[in-house]
Ligand binder design. Structure first.
Ligand SMILES: [Mn+2]
Length: 326
């Protein structure tokens, strides 16, 4: 029997989920963490920044909406048969300070903040915010993973490639986090799998650049209508068994029918159930950091986008709990 830290959650049968102060998934705040569960195994923090948005702004309100939506997300994962709260300590580390007018300065500010959260063994789950906030989280995940030679492997769910060099002359935006991370040597493009990509693209060269770098791209159509995506995830888990993995979920990988509240929606995306199937297929991977980004509450309908994102947080934690319990 393995000894685990745990996450003290309020009992939903005694303490109503619609009452009380908000934290992600009802986990304790970092400052309230009990000594025996410190340092935290995972820290979830908000990155309320949307200055890197190229189309419709508003994702700065994502963390608040996702905290709210996450109150009805429970800890026992039926499909993976694991209780993440009993398997590890998880905290809400609050919202990072941001630099709302500068994407580059914001990335630096987020990086410095993320470095202060928990201990070196604490894994970071960043909640956006636009996708530009992932760069800072990848930097610190890379550092905490011991700066693996060649960089982190990446499992990426997104309608877009997010490897654009520049937009309006700017090197830092939500279109470029993986391009910058590749340049910084913190992720390995030949160990990156992107799922859910769909057209139309700005130009064919965007896709060609990714393939030339060795990024494996599974189109949304293939992920939905075939087992190509599920097989690619299974291959990825086997191939990168010895390498730390960074997991990035842009909620716009979902079809706008399932995630209307996002800044750059593209029809033809996955259902929420299909995304979860792909995530669960990643059971066994050595995840060292993650993000869930691009929820735009002002465009959300009945809170379904924020709810999907909130469940993604629990899916990520459950995946890691499986590895800890193995
Ligand atoms: Mn994205």
């Amino acid at each position: 029997m393995k000894e685990h830290k745990s996450t003290p959650l309020p009992n939903g049968r005694l303490h109503p989920r619609f009452a009380g102060l908000l934290s992600f998934l009802r986990v304790p705040r970092l400052q309230d963490l009990l000594a025996e569960n410190s340092p935290a195994d995972w820290a979830i923090y908000g990155a309320p920044f949307d200055g890197g948005t190229t189309y419709r702004p508003g994702a700065r309100f994502g963390p608040r909406a996702i905290r709210d939506a996450s109150q009805y997300v429970k800890a026992y994962h039926l499909e993976l048969a694991v209780d993440w709260a009993k398997s590890m300590s998880v905290v809400d580390a609050g919202d990072a300070p941001t630099a709302p007018f500068s994407c580059e300065a914001n990335a630096q500010m987020l990086t410095e903040y993320a470095r202060t959260i928990g201990g070196v063994s604490t894994k970071l789950l960043a909640v956006g915010g636009d996708h530009s906030i992932a760069l800072a989280n990848m930097r610190v995940a890379f550092e905490r993973a011991g700066r693996p030679q060649g960089g982190l492997a990446v499992l990426h769910f997104d309608a877009h490639l997010d490897t654009v060099d520049r937009v309006w002359g700017e090197a830092y935006s939500h279109a470029s986090p993986f391009r910058r991370a590749i340049e910084e040597g913190i992720i390995a493009p030949s160990k990156m799998l992107s799922i859910g990509t769909r057209g139309p693209l700005t130009m064919a060269e965007d896709l060609a650049w990714c393939k030339a770098q060795g990024i494996e791209v599974v189109s949304s159509q293939d992920a939905i209508n075939s087992i190509v995506g599920l097989e690619a995830v299974a291959r990825f888990v086997t191939r990168e068994a010895q390498r730390p993995v960074y997991l990035s979920i842009d909620i716009d990988v979902l079809d706008p029918a399932f995630a209307p509240g996002t800044g750059t929606p593209v029809p033809g995306g996955l259902t929420t159930a299909r995304l979860f199937e792909h995530l669960r297929a990643a059971k066994g991977m050595h995840c060292v950091g993650a993000d869930v980004v691009e929820v735009l509450p002002d465009r959300d309908t009945a809170g379904i986008t924020a709810l999907a994102a909130a469940h993604c947080l629990a899916e990520i934690l459950a995946l890691d709990a499986c590895v800890r319990n193995a």
